[in-house]
Design a protein around this ligand. Structure first.
Ligand code: PLP
Length: 388
Protein backbone atom coordinates (compact mmCIF):
# COMPACT_ATOMS: atom_id res chain seq x y z
CA UNK A 1 0.00 0.00 0.00
CA UNK A 2 3.02 2.29 -0.19
CA UNK A 3 1.51 4.02 -3.23
CA UNK A 4 -1.25 5.35 -0.97
CA UNK A 5 1.20 7.32 1.13
CA UNK A 6 1.28 11.06 0.68
CA UNK A 7 2.94 11.77 -2.66
CA UNK A 8 4.80 14.81 -1.43
CA UNK A 9 6.31 12.81 1.41
CA UNK A 10 7.22 9.99 -0.95
CA UNK A 11 8.96 12.46 -3.23
CA UNK A 12 11.26 14.05 -0.67
CA UNK A 13 14.47 12.35 0.44
CA UNK A 14 16.54 11.95 3.59
CA UNK A 15 19.19 14.71 3.69
CA UNK A 16 22.28 13.93 1.62
CA UNK A 17 24.47 14.71 4.66
CA UNK A 18 22.78 12.00 6.72
CA UNK A 19 22.64 9.56 3.80
CA UNK A 20 26.38 9.85 3.28
CA UNK A 21 27.05 9.66 7.03
CA UNK A 22 24.99 6.44 7.32
CA UNK A 23 26.64 4.92 4.27
CA UNK A 24 30.17 5.25 5.67
CA UNK A 25 29.42 3.77 9.08
CA UNK A 26 30.83 0.37 8.04
CA UNK A 27 34.35 1.75 7.38
CA UNK A 28 36.90 1.42 10.20
CA UNK A 29 39.59 3.92 11.23
CA UNK A 30 37.91 6.77 9.40
CA UNK A 31 38.59 10.38 10.23
CA UNK A 32 35.18 11.93 9.76
CA UNK A 33 34.87 15.68 9.22
CA UNK A 34 31.26 15.34 8.17
CA UNK A 35 28.96 16.49 10.94
CA UNK A 36 28.18 20.11 11.83
CA UNK A 37 27.99 19.50 15.53
CA UNK A 38 30.17 21.23 18.14
CA UNK A 39 32.66 18.84 19.74
CA UNK A 40 32.60 20.75 23.05
CA UNK A 41 30.48 19.42 25.91
CA UNK A 42 27.42 21.47 26.84
CA UNK A 43 28.65 24.02 29.47
CA UNK A 44 28.48 22.46 32.95
CA UNK A 45 26.16 25.15 34.46
CA UNK A 46 23.71 24.40 31.69
CA UNK A 47 23.83 20.66 32.30
CA UNK A 48 23.31 21.27 36.03
CA UNK A 49 20.23 23.40 35.31
CA UNK A 50 18.80 20.52 33.25
CA UNK A 51 19.49 18.03 36.06
CA UNK A 52 17.94 20.41 38.60
CA UNK A 53 14.81 20.70 36.50
CA UNK A 54 14.39 16.91 36.68
CA UNK A 55 15.05 16.73 40.45
CA UNK A 56 12.68 19.64 41.10
CA UNK A 57 9.93 17.91 39.10
CA UNK A 58 9.50 20.77 36.67
CA UNK A 59 8.83 18.24 33.99
CA UNK A 60 5.39 19.21 32.75
CA UNK A 61 4.05 21.16 29.78
CA UNK A 62 5.03 24.81 29.62
CA UNK A 63 3.33 27.69 27.84
CA UNK A 64 3.07 26.76 24.15
CA UNK A 65 5.41 29.60 23.20
CA UNK A 66 7.90 28.49 25.88
CA UNK A 67 8.46 29.68 29.44
CA UNK A 68 8.21 33.45 29.69
CA UNK A 69 11.50 33.56 31.59
CA UNK A 70 13.22 31.88 28.63
CA UNK A 71 11.52 34.12 26.09
CA UNK A 72 12.72 37.13 28.09
CA UNK A 73 16.26 35.70 28.20
CA UNK A 74 16.21 35.02 24.45
CA UNK A 75 14.87 38.46 23.68
CA UNK A 76 17.53 40.09 25.90
CA UNK A 77 20.25 38.03 24.23
CA UNK A 78 19.19 39.22 20.78
CA UNK A 79 19.01 42.80 21.95
CA UNK A 80 22.44 42.78 23.58
CA UNK A 81 24.18 40.93 20.79
CA UNK A 82 22.47 42.21 17.62
CA UNK A 83 20.34 45.20 18.67
CA UNK A 84 17.17 43.34 17.67
CA UNK A 85 14.11 44.01 19.79
CA UNK A 86 11.36 41.45 20.13
CA UNK A 87 8.57 41.51 22.71
CA UNK A 88 8.88 38.33 24.84
CA UNK A 89 5.09 38.18 25.36
CA UNK A 90 4.03 37.82 21.75
CA UNK A 91 7.00 37.98 19.38
CA UNK A 92 9.11 35.01 20.55
CA UNK A 93 8.43 31.26 20.28
CA UNK A 94 10.72 28.58 21.72
CA UNK A 95 10.89 25.63 19.30
CA UNK A 96 12.34 22.12 19.19
CA UNK A 97 15.59 23.26 17.57
CA UNK A 98 15.96 25.54 14.55
CA UNK A 99 14.63 22.66 12.43
CA UNK A 100 11.16 22.91 13.92
CA UNK A 101 11.34 26.69 13.60
CA UNK A 102 11.96 26.30 9.84
CA UNK A 103 8.99 23.95 9.57
CA UNK A 104 6.61 26.18 11.56
CA UNK A 105 7.67 29.28 9.64
CA UNK A 106 7.23 27.73 6.19
CA UNK A 107 3.93 26.10 7.06
CA UNK A 108 2.64 29.45 8.27
CA UNK A 109 3.63 31.53 5.26
CA UNK A 110 3.57 29.16 2.27
CA UNK A 111 0.75 28.00 0.05
CA UNK A 112 0.37 25.81 -2.99
CA UNK A 113 2.34 27.15 -5.95
CA UNK A 114 4.11 30.06 -4.29
CA UNK A 115 7.87 30.41 -4.72
CA UNK A 116 10.72 30.51 -2.22
CA UNK A 117 14.10 31.90 -3.23
CA UNK A 118 17.10 29.95 -1.94
CA UNK A 119 20.71 31.03 -2.53
CA UNK A 120 22.49 27.79 -3.50
CA UNK A 121 24.54 25.78 -2.59
CA UNK A 122 22.42 25.66 0.56
CA UNK A 123 21.67 23.70 3.74
CA UNK A 124 19.31 20.85 2.78
CA UNK A 125 16.78 21.54 5.55
CA UNK A 126 14.61 24.00 3.60
CA UNK A 127 13.75 22.48 0.22
CA UNK A 128 11.86 19.39 1.47
CA UNK A 129 9.64 21.45 3.79
CA UNK A 130 8.91 23.90 0.99
CA UNK A 131 7.88 20.96 -1.21
CA UNK A 132 5.75 19.46 1.56
CA UNK A 133 3.88 22.77 1.62
CA UNK A 134 3.23 22.43 -2.14
CA UNK A 135 5.41 25.48 -2.76
CA UNK A 136 8.26 25.75 -5.27
CA UNK A 137 11.95 26.19 -4.37
CA UNK A 138 13.71 28.61 -6.73
CA UNK A 139 17.46 28.24 -6.44
CA UNK A 140 19.66 31.24 -7.17
CA UNK A 141 23.15 30.15 -8.16
CA UNK A 142 25.63 32.08 -5.97
CA UNK A 143 28.79 30.22 -7.02
CA UNK A 144 30.06 33.11 -9.14
CA UNK A 145 29.49 35.80 -6.52
CA UNK A 146 31.64 34.34 -3.75
CA UNK A 147 28.61 32.34 -2.49
CA UNK A 148 26.87 35.62 -1.63
CA UNK A 149 23.33 36.40 -2.63
CA UNK A 150 23.60 39.72 -4.46
CA UNK A 151 20.77 42.23 -4.77
CA UNK A 152 21.02 41.88 -8.56
CA UNK A 153 20.66 38.08 -8.57
CA UNK A 154 17.82 38.33 -6.07
CA UNK A 155 15.96 40.95 -8.13
CA UNK A 156 16.12 38.81 -11.25
CA UNK A 157 14.73 35.74 -9.43
CA UNK A 158 11.66 37.53 -8.05
CA UNK A 159 8.33 36.84 -9.76
CA UNK A 160 4.78 37.65 -8.75
CA UNK A 161 4.66 34.24 -7.10
CA UNK A 162 7.61 34.88 -4.77
CA UNK A 163 6.43 34.57 -1.19
CA UNK A 164 9.70 34.24 0.69
CA UNK A 165 13.48 34.64 0.47
CA UNK A 166 15.68 32.50 2.68
CA UNK A 167 18.80 34.22 4.02
CA UNK A 168 20.93 31.50 5.59
CA UNK A 169 23.97 33.47 6.78
CA UNK A 170 26.52 32.62 8.15
CA UNK A 171 26.11 29.83 5.64
CA UNK A 172 26.16 26.10 5.92
CA UNK A 173 27.96 24.78 3.79
CA UNK A 174 30.14 27.71 2.67
CA UNK A 175 30.79 29.64 5.91
CA UNK A 176 30.08 32.89 4.05
CA UNK A 177 28.62 35.84 5.97
CA UNK A 178 26.93 38.96 4.60
CA UNK A 179 28.01 42.49 5.45
CA UNK A 180 25.66 45.22 6.61
CA UNK A 181 25.97 46.86 3.16
CA UNK A 182 25.08 43.63 1.35
CA UNK A 183 22.04 43.20 3.58
CA UNK A 184 21.04 46.81 2.93
CA UNK A 185 21.23 46.21 -0.85
CA UNK A 186 19.02 43.13 -0.46
CA UNK A 187 16.62 45.14 1.70
CA UNK A 188 16.42 47.82 -0.98
CA UNK A 189 15.14 45.17 -3.40
CA UNK A 190 12.64 43.75 -0.92
CA UNK A 191 11.41 46.66 1.16
CA UNK A 192 8.46 47.64 -1.03
CA UNK A 193 7.47 44.10 -1.89
CA UNK A 194 5.09 41.75 -0.11
CA UNK A 195 7.74 39.07 0.34
CA UNK A 196 8.78 37.49 3.63
CA UNK A 197 12.37 36.87 4.63
CA UNK A 198 13.29 33.77 6.56
CA UNK A 199 16.59 34.72 8.15
CA UNK A 200 18.23 31.60 9.53
CA UNK A 201 20.82 32.94 11.97
CA UNK A 202 21.64 29.71 13.80
CA UNK A 203 25.38 30.42 13.30
CA UNK A 204 25.19 34.08 14.37
CA UNK A 205 27.43 33.50 17.40
CA UNK A 206 30.08 31.95 15.16
CA UNK A 207 31.29 34.99 13.26
CA UNK A 208 35.07 35.38 13.35
CA UNK A 209 35.70 38.87 12.00
CA UNK A 210 33.55 41.85 12.97
CA UNK A 211 30.04 41.10 14.16
CA UNK A 212 26.93 39.40 12.89
CA UNK A 213 24.28 41.48 11.15
CA UNK A 214 20.64 40.61 10.71
CA UNK A 215 18.39 41.96 7.98
CA UNK A 216 15.76 42.47 10.68
CA UNK A 217 17.91 45.32 12.04
CA UNK A 218 16.84 47.35 9.01
CA UNK A 219 13.61 49.12 10.04
CA UNK A 220 11.83 48.57 6.71
CA UNK A 221 12.49 44.82 6.94
CA UNK A 222 11.54 44.01 10.51
CA UNK A 223 7.85 43.67 9.79
CA UNK A 224 8.35 41.04 7.08
CA UNK A 225 11.24 39.08 8.55
CA UNK A 226 11.16 35.88 10.59
CA UNK A 227 14.43 35.40 12.46
CA UNK A 228 15.45 31.87 13.39
CA UNK A 229 18.10 31.23 15.99
CA UNK A 230 18.82 28.62 18.66
CA UNK A 231 21.31 27.13 21.06
CA UNK A 232 22.45 24.06 19.09
CA UNK A 233 25.59 25.60 17.64
CA UNK A 234 26.28 28.59 19.91
CA UNK A 235 26.12 26.66 23.20
CA UNK A 236 26.93 23.16 21.97
CA UNK A 237 23.40 21.96 22.70
CA UNK A 238 22.32 20.07 19.57
CA UNK A 239 20.65 17.25 21.50
CA UNK A 240 18.70 19.54 23.83
CA UNK A 241 16.61 20.74 20.88
CA UNK A 242 16.12 24.41 21.63
CA UNK A 243 15.48 26.90 18.83
CA UNK A 244 13.76 30.27 18.61
CA UNK A 245 11.42 32.09 16.26
CA UNK A 246 11.39 35.89 16.43
CA UNK A 247 8.83 37.74 14.34
CA UNK A 248 6.21 40.47 14.51
CA UNK A 249 3.12 39.45 16.48
CA UNK A 250 0.87 39.25 13.39
CA UNK A 251 3.06 36.32 12.22
CA UNK A 252 3.85 34.64 15.57
CA UNK A 253 0.18 34.43 16.50
CA UNK A 254 -0.31 32.10 13.52
CA UNK A 255 3.04 30.28 13.80
CA UNK A 256 2.16 29.47 17.40
CA UNK A 257 -0.81 27.40 16.21
CA UNK A 258 1.38 25.34 13.88
CA UNK A 259 3.96 24.90 16.65
CA UNK A 260 1.28 24.00 19.21
CA UNK A 261 -0.33 21.29 17.11
CA UNK A 262 3.08 19.93 16.23
CA UNK A 263 4.97 19.73 19.55
CA UNK A 264 2.78 21.52 22.16
CA UNK A 265 5.92 23.09 23.62
CA UNK A 266 9.70 22.60 23.63
CA UNK A 267 10.95 20.13 26.27
CA UNK A 268 10.58 21.70 29.72
CA UNK A 269 13.92 20.33 31.01
CA UNK A 270 15.75 21.78 28.02
CA UNK A 271 14.01 25.10 28.53
CA UNK A 272 15.44 25.34 32.08
CA UNK A 273 18.88 24.51 30.71
CA UNK A 274 18.38 27.13 27.98
CA UNK A 275 17.65 29.87 30.52
CA UNK A 276 20.99 29.09 32.15
CA UNK A 277 22.72 29.08 28.73
CA UNK A 278 21.43 32.58 27.95
CA UNK A 279 22.10 34.04 31.38
CA UNK A 280 24.76 32.15 33.40
CA UNK A 281 26.68 30.66 30.44
CA UNK A 282 26.61 33.75 28.23
CA UNK A 283 30.36 33.63 27.76
CA UNK A 284 30.41 30.05 26.42
CA UNK A 285 30.04 31.02 22.73
CA UNK A 286 33.03 33.38 22.99
CA UNK A 287 35.28 30.62 24.28
CA UNK A 288 34.18 28.19 21.57
CA UNK A 289 34.43 30.87 18.87
CA UNK A 290 38.03 31.44 19.83
CA UNK A 291 38.81 27.73 19.35
CA UNK A 292 36.87 27.47 16.06
CA UNK A 293 38.72 30.47 14.66
CA UNK A 294 42.07 28.79 15.32
CA UNK A 295 40.78 25.64 13.64
CA UNK A 296 39.40 27.55 10.68
CA UNK A 297 42.72 29.30 10.15
CA UNK A 298 44.58 26.00 10.35
CA UNK A 299 42.36 24.07 7.91
CA UNK A 300 42.02 27.00 5.49
CA UNK A 301 45.79 27.35 5.40
CA UNK A 302 46.26 23.60 4.82
CA UNK A 303 43.67 23.48 2.01
CA UNK A 304 45.10 26.46 0.16
CA UNK A 305 48.62 25.05 0.58
CA UNK A 306 47.33 21.88 -1.14
CA UNK A 307 46.32 24.08 -4.08
CA UNK A 308 42.58 23.81 -3.49
CA UNK A 309 40.35 26.72 -4.43
CA UNK A 310 38.39 27.63 -1.30
CA UNK A 311 36.53 30.77 -0.17
CA UNK A 312 37.74 32.21 3.12
CA UNK A 313 34.80 31.66 5.49
CA UNK A 314 33.80 34.38 7.95
CA UNK A 315 31.51 32.22 10.06
CA UNK A 316 29.93 28.86 10.98
CA UNK A 317 32.35 25.91 11.04
CA UNK A 318 32.60 24.74 7.45
CA UNK A 319 34.95 24.99 4.49
CA UNK A 320 33.72 24.29 0.98
CA UNK A 321 36.64 23.70 -1.40
CA UNK A 322 36.23 23.13 -5.14
CA UNK A 323 37.24 19.67 -6.38
CA UNK A 324 35.73 19.84 -9.90
CA UNK A 325 39.21 19.73 -11.47
CA UNK A 326 39.43 16.02 -10.61
CA UNK A 327 36.74 15.32 -13.18
CA UNK A 328 34.33 13.27 -11.13
CA UNK A 329 31.16 13.88 -9.15
CA UNK A 330 31.51 15.10 -5.59
CA UNK A 331 29.86 11.88 -4.43
CA UNK A 332 32.35 9.65 -6.22
CA UNK A 333 35.26 11.86 -5.04
CA UNK A 334 34.04 11.69 -1.42
CA UNK A 335 33.50 7.94 -1.65
CA UNK A 336 37.05 7.42 -2.95
CA UNK A 337 38.38 9.63 -0.16
CA UNK A 338 36.68 7.29 2.31
CA UNK A 339 37.93 4.10 0.71
CA UNK A 340 41.42 5.17 -0.35
CA UNK A 341 42.39 7.75 2.28
CA UNK A 342 40.22 6.94 5.30
CA UNK A 343 38.77 10.46 5.34
CA UNK A 344 35.07 11.32 5.29
CA UNK A 345 33.74 14.69 4.10
CA UNK A 346 30.29 15.56 2.73
CA UNK A 347 29.82 15.61 -1.07
CA UNK A 348 28.77 19.07 -2.23
CA UNK A 349 25.78 17.62 -4.05
CA UNK A 350 24.11 17.24 -0.64
CA UNK A 351 23.64 21.03 -0.79
CA UNK A 352 21.58 21.08 -4.01
CA UNK A 353 22.82 20.55 -7.56
CA UNK A 354 24.75 23.82 -7.23
CA UNK A 355 27.04 22.17 -4.69
CA UNK A 356 28.23 19.67 -7.27
CA UNK A 357 32.00 19.95 -7.74
CA UNK A 358 32.66 20.82 -4.08
CA UNK A 359 33.12 19.01 -0.78
CA UNK A 360 32.21 20.26 2.70
CA UNK A 361 34.61 19.85 5.61
CA UNK A 362 33.40 20.61 9.11
CA UNK A 363 36.04 21.92 11.52
CA UNK A 364 33.92 21.30 14.61
CA UNK A 365 36.48 18.65 15.50
CA UNK A 366 39.61 18.55 17.66
CA UNK A 367 42.88 19.94 16.30
CA UNK A 368 44.34 16.41 16.31
CA UNK A 369 41.54 15.14 14.10
CA UNK A 370 41.77 18.12 11.80
CA UNK A 371 45.50 17.66 11.43
CA UNK A 372 45.15 13.97 10.68
CA UNK A 373 42.25 14.69 8.29
CA UNK A 374 44.29 17.29 6.40
CA UNK A 375 47.30 14.95 6.24
CA UNK A 376 45.13 12.23 4.72
CA UNK A 377 43.63 14.64 2.20
CA UNK A 378 47.08 15.87 1.22
CA UNK A 379 48.41 12.34 0.61
CA UNK A 380 45.29 11.55 -1.45
CA UNK A 381 45.64 14.69 -3.59
CA UNK A 382 49.34 14.06 -4.17
CA UNK A 383 48.53 10.54 -5.41
CA UNK A 384 45.84 12.00 -7.66
CA UNK A 385 48.35 14.41 -9.21
CA UNK A 386 50.82 11.60 -9.84
CA UNK A 387 48.08 9.51 -11.43
CA UNK A 388 47.26 12.22 -13.98
C1 PLP B 1 21.67 26.46 8.52
C2 PLP B 1 21.07 25.54 9.53
N1 PLP B 1 19.83 25.80 9.97
C3 PLP B 1 19.23 24.99 10.88
C4 PLP B 1 19.88 23.88 11.38
C5 PLP B 1 19.16 23.01 12.37
O1 PLP B 1 19.53 23.32 13.68
P1 PLP B 1 18.91 22.55 14.93
O2 PLP B 1 19.83 21.44 15.28
O3 PLP B 1 18.82 23.58 16.03
O4 PLP B 1 17.57 22.04 14.55
C6 PLP B 1 21.18 23.57 10.95
C7 PLP B 1 21.88 22.37 11.45
O5 PLP B 1 22.91 21.95 10.97
C8 PLP B 1 21.79 24.43 10.00
O6 PLP B 1 23.03 24.19 9.54
Amino acid sequence: MEHLLNTRVQNIEISGIRRFFNMIQEYDNLISLTIGQPDFPTPSFVKEAGKRAISDNVTSYTHNAGMLELRIAASNFLKERYSLTYEPIDEVIVTAGASEAIDAAFRTILEEGCEVILPAPIYPGYEPIIRLCGAVPVFVDVRNTGFRLTAKALASAITEKTRCVVLPYPSNPTGITLTQEELQDIATVLQDKDIFVLSDEIYSELVYEGSHHSIAQIPAMRNKTIVINGLSKSHSMTGWRIGFLFAPAYITKHMLKVHQYNVTCATSISQYAAIEALTGAKEAPRMMRHQYKKRRDYVYHRLTAMGLDVQHPGGAFYLFPYIGQFGETSFSFAMRLVKEAGLAVVPGSAFSEYGEGYIRLSYAYSMEMLKEGCDRLQVFLEQEKRRK
